[in-house]
Design a protein around this ligand. Structure first.
Ligand SMILES: [Zn+2]
Length: 168
């Protein structure tokens, strides 16, 4: 197996709609807010996108399969807890996160002042260095549902090194 066979990219995306009453949780960081996000879990839209990107790159089942919202165990579940479980699965599979990039599309909250804290929190939940994670915010310039302030959208890509396998 060559190096290029061992490295895979994964893409993840998620959207949650605003509801009255906060807080908002982004990348495990709890943000005081008059608005919250409608969700079965804690509504951590950023971690959900990142986790799907990581799982996809690692050739693992997706987030909805691992943590189905039909299962009462997952009601209000902390997404950091899910990230830790995903990190454990990757460990067992011999896969390793090389890099994660992400973007949050929303009018609220402002991401720039939270960026570093969110990076540190995401890195901690996977137990990897902060430099391997990037997060940025976009407002969509007033266009579309996110630009009109109806919710938050997250997109993420992950680069993962998979374990060497016989068949590759
Ligand atoms: Zn979600």
């Amino acid at each position: 197996m060559t190096l290029s066979d061992a490295i895979a990219v994964g893409l993840g995306a998620d959207t949650h709609r605003f509801k009255p009453g906060g807080p908002i949780v982004l990348g495990g960081v709890e943000i005081e807010s008059d608005l919250g996000l409608v969700a079965h879990s804690d509504g951590d839209v950023l971690l959900h996108a990142i986790l799907d990107a990581v799982l996809s790159a690692a050739d693992q089942p997706d987030l909805g399969t691992l943590f189905p919202d039909t299962d009462e165990v997952n009601r209000g579940r902390s997404s950091v807890d899910m990230a830790k479980e995903v990190a454990r699965r990757l460990n067992v599979a011999g896969a390793r996160i090389l890099s994660i990039d992400s973007v949050l599309i929303c009018t609220h909250p402002r991401i720039a002042p939270l960026r570093q804290e969110i990076r540190e929190s995401v890195a901690a939940s996977f137990d990897i260095p902060v430099r391997k994670i990037n997060v940025k915010g976009k407002t969509n310039e007033g266009m579309g549902p996110m630009g009109r302030g109806e919710g938050i959208e997250a997109r993420a890509v992950a680069l993962v090194e998979r374990a060497a396998s016989e068949d590759a």
